[in-house]
Design a protein around this ligand. Structure first.
Ligand code: LLP
Length: 430
């Protein structure tokens, strides 16, 4: 679901023309739709309705303050993985007491900051980490709320770089060792309060089956931990995949069509499959969606600078590169690319859409049939709202793009484009 569609020959985000935004603010430019984010939150919230639940949005997917503020106002919590992300949540008006703190390598400063701010829970990923949190909490006179992340050894059947729930991945503690670890926490770590159990098997899952397999495997363990240690919650992690191949025509349901041939996983199907296994636990269920919430709520706008017809290929050289959107080259991510001005004909041409970075891996699409576009035309790279800007860098000393949030017919610059002074800030000649 998303709020991007062609109206009178131009691509719009809600009621705002993307062409006008590109002309006014320059490119590369990230544009987000508030209605899309709100719609996703509301749909997931409704699908989990029969459970006592808390949606903890995974901040890493898109950490812009305006996005966080939108989710905070909807009542969402946050899944954070650094002190920086917690700082952002608080700046955006989010509630620390609705934050879970994940990640395998938390530092002392981060643990102290999280405890001082009063996070809901710290999700620990190793026994060494649990012992360290216990030590730090003792030193500052606090009791740390903790959950242990279980690695259920279930294959999420997604890209290898975003698979997290297999034994060979660095995440969590082996399923077989969990009860012993909780036992040692209860017996030997007096500054910890056992609050829950967490899992997350991977990202961009396009079938419910791995979710169901993991939930069915872990629920009996959760029940046992609940019986022994009186936990409050079970977090099922994030990972709900999105449809990267969408229709921009207005379908029967309004501005979007879910293409079930391409991607059968809907949030309703997800909830119908997992809720019956979770409800009997009688626990609070946490869910940590990142991509689902914001992926299809964002586009990256870019301008065609040059065309180069080589012996083997035609290249459309655009002004956004792998430093702005790294997903195509890092995960073989497929993002739909479409002109901001609707093409007059259905003619397409097979091209590589490449950026200005001096690397062969700098592409947004390869061997892709796109409508005919000329130098100076603008393109939208769709479904770029998750892991787009947050993974951007200053590689090649390129300033970070600006970000805009559209709400109805209003467009607000929610992060200014970096200047070269911004990029060089803090740097000195020895
Ligand atoms: N919870 C935990 C513990 C996670 O590690 C993650 C994502 C999430 C929740 C949210 O997962 P989501 O709902 O977004 O799938 N940069 C990659 C994705 C990395 C995901 C890392 N962990 C990409 O662009 O595909």
């Amino acid at each position: 679901m998303h709020s991007f569609r062609y109206t009178q020959g131009e691509l719009f985000a809600e009621n705002v023309s993307l062409q006008s935004l590109a002309e006014q603010h320059g490119t590369p430019l990230y544009v987000y739709s508030k209605a899309t984010i709100t719609g996703h939150f509301t749909r997931l919230d409704a699908a989990l309705g029969q459970l006592d639940h808390l949606i903890c949005y995974a901040v890493k997917a898109n950490s812009n303050l305006a996005v966080l503020s939108t989710i905070a106002k909807l009542g969402g919590g946050f899944d954070i993985v650094s002190a920086g992300e917690l700082y952002r949540v608080i700046k955006a008006g989010g509630d620390a007491s609705k934050c879970t703190f994940a990640g395998v390598g938390k530092t002392r400063d981060e643990i102290v900051y999280a405890l001082e701010q009063g996070v809901y829970c710290i999700n620990a990923e190793s026994e060494a980490e649990l012992r360290y949190i216990n030590q730090v909490a003792g030193e500052i006179g606090k009791k740390a709320p903790v959950a242990v992340r279980v690695n259920p050894n279930v294959d999420a059947k997604t890209h290898a770089k975003i698979t997290t729930g297999k034994s060979e991945n660095k995440f969590g503690i082996e399923f077989e060792n969990i009860l012993e670890v909780y036992g040692r926490v209860a017996a030997e770590m007096p500054n910890l309060q056992i609050k829950g159990l967490q899992m997350h098997i991977g990202s961009q899952l396009t079938s419910v089956d791995p979710f169901v397999e993991a939930v069915k495997k872990v629920v009996p363990l959760v029940q046992e931990v609940k019986d022994k240690y009186g936990i409050q919650f079970f977090s099922i992690g994030g990972g709900i995949g999105i449809n990267y191949k969408q229709s921009l025509d207005s379908g029967d349901e309004g501005w979007w069509q879910e293409n079930s041939e391409v991607h059968p996983l809907t949030v309703q199907a997800y909830a119908e499959a997992v809720v019956p296994h979770l409800a009997p636990l009688g626990l609070r269920i946490l869910c940590e969606p990142g991509r689902f919430m914001v992926g299809n709520a964002g586009v990256l706008l870019t301008k065609v600078l040059y065309e180069k017809r080589g012996a083997a290929k035609t290249f459309k050289i655009v002004d956004a590169g792998m430093n702005d959107l790294i997903r195509p080259t890092l995960y073989e991510g497929w993002h739909m690319i479409t002109p901001l001005k609707q093409p007059a004909t259905d003619a397409v041409e097979k091209v590589d859409v490449v950026g200005p970075i001096c690397e062969t891996g700098d592409f947004l699409a390869q061997n892709r049939e796109i409508p005919l576009v000329n130098e100076g035309d603008y393109l939208a790279v769709l479904s770029a709202g998750a892991y787009g800007f947050t993974m951007a860098s200053n590689y090649n000393t390129r300033p970070m793009p600006a970000e805009i949030l559209v709400d109805g017919d209003k467009a607000t610059v929610v992060r200014e484009r970096q200047t070269l002074e911004d990029v060089l800030k803090g740097e000195h000649i020895a």
